[in-house]
Design a protein around this ligand. Structure first.
Ligand SMILES: Nc1ncnc2c1ncn2[C@@H]1O[C@H](COP(=O)(O)OP(=O)(O)OP(=O)(O)O)[C@@H](O)[C@H]1O
Ligand SMILES: [Mg+2]
Length: 484
């Protein structure tokens, strides 16, 4: 048996306790229970286990402490619990990740969910650890290969960067995270599925990641039907697992789907503990909770690797001022906004480039690459400003050379942004340069403008916009199309 396995076995044995402090259920009030007899021994966050009279067990966590009793939030409904039931006190909130967890699906307590035996690691870690000291953290590192044209160019991800994916429901957050999990350069991938659908888990492991993706991944999962304690713990466990590998000097990619579910789980726990709701129903501690989680991702300290973090956020109706989105944006080094309208016309990933930013630019790209990105963004911006006119068929080609170029380049840029098997960043920049060169050299086919520049009406303004690709209609008016 390898030394590492022996160490793990030792840790497993050391984790066994012959004796536990015992208390009794003294009251059940709503979702929480009061336990007497453990006030001197219990700490906030410790685990508790109630043994019901029918022999079944109900676990939970210490949520409050008082001189005469402690408050417990159970992991499930307290049905069948009776006054006087025995309650045992267990270890504090730690987790002992092991290198042998790579390729496995675990729950937030480190137990296997794939039916195979699993061994805990030799060294327990705090679930809610501090980030590396700020003054000793590495700088953001080199650009990572992502396999996706849009992330290779416009929205680069560098080692230790933290970015958010913001989108409404069903716009493609999980699919994009899955594609990044497969393709982004990393030694180990830790995927936290927090409060998402149970049916997605197996499909994700077997079909989306597949054996090749799983060979470098660990999935930590808590599905939507589980208690808020378990869902909230899922994010902390995934982060502790990522830190375990980072401390060995490895480059870790941490993907969390979604931070909104983490915040919602915290809201349930905090309100059960008596905290008052404030920010649109979220208690005031939500902000600290999200920030302290995300701050643990990012560059490691000296001799450590980095945790590159990608966090998905559900924003209802693309409302970026919604509390969780607002809090998260403050702590991230970039945000990717996905747009339902783009998804509805079938372009995936449905990223709205003009609303998305990677703060690793301009440093993550060379001068010439930044120049290309500047040109492309300027054209996209020009189109965006005149989009309503163009869509209404009110723009006469030839009125504004920059806009003409933007209209010409759009279909190709749109296809470019959807490229998911795009090769290296260099390949993607070569493609982008080619698209821009072609658009610049293509002859303008419209009639000469009467005004110097700008859009002007040439058609009946009441005519409804027509969907479809860009076309010159012979009279200089451009058929409408959707652009972002
Ligand atoms: N790259 C893609 N190619 C084709 N279809 C896609 C792609 N990404 C997403 N979709 C479509 O969008 C649907 C929703 O995607 P996904 O589950 O990733 O969204 P989500 O934002 O995670 O949703 P939710 O908020 O409900 O979790 C998919 O079932 C699929 O039909
Ligand atoms: Mg999803």
């Amino acid at each position: 048996m390898a030394t590492n396995d022996l160490e793990c076995l030792g840790a497993e044995i050391a984790g066994l306790h012959a004796v536990h402090a015992i208390g009794r259920v003294s009251a059940v009030t709503g979702a929480t229970l009061e336990i007497t007899g453990l006030s001197g021994a219990a700490r906030l966050g410790d685990r508790l286990c109630i043994r019901r009279r029918d022999g079944s067990e109900l676990s939970g966590e210490v949520l409050g402490l008082a001189p005469q009793h402690i408050v417990m939030l159970p992991d499930g409904a307290p049905t069948g619990v009776a006054l006087g039931d025995r309650v045992s006190l267990h270890d504090a909130a730690t987790i002992a990740p092991s290198n042998g967890w790579i390729g496995r699906i675990i729950d937030p307590y480190g137990k296997a969910m794939d039916g195979r035996p699993i061994m805990r690691g030799a060294h327990p870690r705090a679930l809610r650890a501090d980030p590396p000291p700020p003054a000793q953290r590495n700088m953001l590192g080199a650009r990572l290969e992502t396999g996706s044209a849009v992330f290779n160019t416009f929205l680069p991800i560098v080692r230790g960067q933290r970015i958010g994916l913001f989108a409404g429901s069903g716009v493609g957050k999980s699919s994009l995270l899955a594609s990044l999990a497969r393709n982004v350069q990393a030694d180990v991938v830790v995927f936290a599925m927090i409060g998402e659908r149970g049916r997605e888990l197996r499909d994700f492991a077997e079909n989306v990641l597949g054996p090749e993706g799983m060979a470098r991944s660990i999935i930590v999962a808590a599905t939507s039907d589980q208690s808020p304690l378990v869902r909230r713990r899922c994010a902390w466990t995934a982060m502790a697992v990522a830190e375990h590998f980072r401390d060995q000097g490895l480059e870790v990619l941490l993907l969390a789907d979604s931070i909104t579910r983490f915040a919602e789980a915290h809201r349930e726990v905090a309100t059960a503990a008596g905290e008052m709701p404030s920010l649109r129903g979220f208690p005031a501690s939500t902000s600290h909770m999200i920030m302290s989680l995300c701050e643990r991702a990012g560059p490691g300290g000296t001799d450590q690797g980095n945790i590159t973090g990608i966090f998905s956020v559900l924003v209802a109706g693309s409302d970026m001022d919604e509390p969780v989105a607002d809090i998260l944006r403050g702590v991230l080094d970039g945000h990717v906004v996905m747009d339902r309208e783009i998804a509805e016309r079938g372009r995936y990933p449905a990223i709205n480039l003009l609303r998305s930013v990677s703060r690793s630019l301009p440093r993550a790209a060379t001068d010439s690459e930044n120049d290309l990105l500047g040109q492309a963004r300027a054209l996209l911006g020009a189109y965006d400003r005149s989009e309503t006119m163009i869509r209404a068929g009110l723009y006469a080609q030839g009125s504004d050379p920059q806009l003409d170029q933007a209209i010409r380049i759009w279909p190709e840029l749109d296809r470019f942004m959807a490229e998911s098997e795009a090769g290296t960043a260099q390949d993607s920049f070569d493609r982008l340069a080619l698209i821009l060169r072609r658009a610049a050299s293509a002859p303008s086919q419209g009639r000469k403008p009467q005004a110097a520049s700008g859009a002007r009406p040439v058609k009946d303004p009441m005519r409804p916009p027509v969907r479809g690709g860009s076309q010159n209609r012979g009279n200089g008016a451009i058929a409408p199309q959707r652009i972002h």
